[in-house]
Each structure stands twice: as C-alpha cells, then as structure tokens.
Design a protein around this ligand. Structure first.
Ligand code: ADP
Length: 267
C-alpha cells in the first residue's frame, strides 16, 4: 500500500489506472521474493540444525555413559563423522548454489569438448556405481562435441544427474548416458547436443516433476537424507544449464525409471 501513495513530485489527483496496477504487481512480486527468502533461510537453518543436534547429543554421550566403552566410542565417532560430512556437503552445495545464481547472467566464453567432460564424470563416479552394483553405459558420439561452456560447471551438472540416477534409479541395475547431435534445435534456433541420463529405477510420479529443481524439494525426504542428499543438486543443475543457454527436461514413469536430459547449444 505504501507503494500506491503518490510520490511527492507526482501531479495532484488520482494516479492513472495503469500505474496503480503496475505498483500493485511490484509489491506482490517483492512480497513473494521476501517470502521465498524467508523460506530458504528457514530451510537452511533446519537442514543444519538436524546434524548439529545429533553431534551435540553424541558429544554429551561420549562425555558421560560411553566414556569407558571403547566399542561404543568408535561407533559414536563414526556417526559423528557422517553427520559432520553431511554438514560439509550442505555448506558446499549452498556455496555452489549462491555462486551459480550470481553468475547466471554471465555467458561462459570458453569452448570445451562435452565428450571429455562426460568421460571425466563417468570415471569419477565409477566407484560409486560399483558400490551400488550399477553398470554405467556410455552411448553416442565421443569426439568433437564442442560447446561453449565452463568445464567445471558442466562436470557438476552431469555428476549430479548421474549420481542421482545411481542413488534413486540404481535398482534398475544400469544407468545410460547418451549424446545426440541435433542439427537444428527449434527453441535454441541452431545446432545443439542432447545429453540424456537414463535410469530404469523407481521413477517419479508426475505431480513432483515440475518442482524437482526447487531448492530443498525432495520426493521422499527420508530417503534423500539416508542417501546423503542435500536437496540442492537439481537447483544447482537448473542454474548452470540456464547460464549455458541450455534446457533441462525430465521424463519419468513411476516404477519404470527416469530420463534427465540437457540440451546445450553447439559451439
Ligand atoms: P537430493 O540431494 O535429495 O538428491 P536433488 O535436487 O538432486 O536432491 O534431487 C531432488 C529430488 O529429486 C530427490 O530427493 C529425489 O527425490 C528426486 N530425484 C532426482 N533424481 C532422481 C532419479 N533419477 N530418480 C528418481 N528420483 C529422483
């Protein structure tokens, strides 16, 4: 309402209708942004408090009952290590998110080979896949896949997608990463590459799909936490893809698996 009051220099009389409407929309946009910021701070506090509470509880126990029990001490220290690692991941993801949000309007300038980025991602995640008994399969062109981009950020995009496919789609036994060349991508108005990360796991019900890239949105919070998730992976992916003028798409069928694909303009 404050915004609806005429400014001191404004002419006398009622404001023209259009400007009243515009001011009203500005106020509601501001309020919405403020509510989102409050939600985010509340979420971050909650996410940090959970492992902190566990840590404080175990410190207390180590001081008292577990003091003279070596086996219990070891067990508690392992749990404390896991909780500290969770906080570390969360803080790391928060920093990544804030960086990529800040850089979203700065187009990357260097050219990179997407094939090399994908090879690095699959090599890096080979031990994770093996531990989950998942076979990683790479299909499509390997060489000369030139895109304008930031290699570290695109590595983060595909690492997050492949890691999610292993974490949530691993029961399917395999995760495929395919690359296709698109001669003319209508929205990007030019040649592009589509990288798809395909799993045959649990899949996602349709009502969740539009919300997956929201910060801290999880289909099953307990499961995500159990798997070490922070709930920020796909939010980070979304901002990096936007910075690269790309498009992110999810197709999924409950019980059948999911395909997350990223289309990037070819250099
Ligand atoms: P998290 O840290 O929880 O994995 P993400 O932002 O990476 O956070 O993913 C958000 C949610 O999307 C996950 O908690 C999970 O419920 C769902 N999800 C992501 N990838 C997949 C997948 N391949 N199969 C099924 N569900 C998925």
């Amino acid at each position: 309402l404050v915004h609806l009051a005429p400014l001191p220099s404004a002419p006398e009389g009622p404001l023209p209708r259009a400007s009243v409407l515009a001011s009203f929309e500005d106020v509601s946009a501001l309020e919405e942004a403020e509510a989102m910021r409050r939600d985010f701070v509340a979420n971050v506090s909650h996410e940090l408090r959970t492992p902190l509470t566990a840590l404080m509880g175990f410190i207390e126990t180590l001081r008292s009952s577990a003091r003279d029990d070596a086996a219990a001490r070891d067990r508690f220290l392992s749990i404390m290590e896991r909780e500290a690692a969770r906080m570390n991941r969360l803080v790391g993801d928060l920093l990544s998110l804030s960086r990529v949000e800040g850089e979203e309007r700065m187009r990357p300038t260097g050219t990179l080979d997407l094939g090399l980025v994908l090879r690095g991602v699959l090599q890096g995640l080979a031990p994770v896949a093996e531990a989950a008994s998942v076979t990683l399969i790479r299909e499509g062109d390997e060489r000369g896949l030139n895109v304008k981009g930031d290699p570290d950020q695109l590595t983060q995009v595909f690492s997050n997608l492949v890691e999610n496919a292993i974490k949530y789609g691993g029961q399917g036994g395999e995760v495929r990463v395919t690359v296709e060349h698109i001669a003319h991508e209508p929205v990007l108005r030019g040649p592009a590459y589509r990288v798809s990360v395909i799993d045959k796991g649990e899949g996602i019900e349709p009502q969740h799909l539009p919300r997956l890239t929201e910060r801290f949105y999880r289909v099953d919070s307990h499961r995500s936490r159990e798997k070490g998730g922070t709930g920020l992976g796909l939010a980070i992916v979304k901002h990096i893809v936007a910075r690269h003028r790309g498009r992110l798409r999810v197709e999924s069928e409950k019980g059948r698996g999911s395909t997350f694909s990223v289309v990037l303009p070819a250099a």
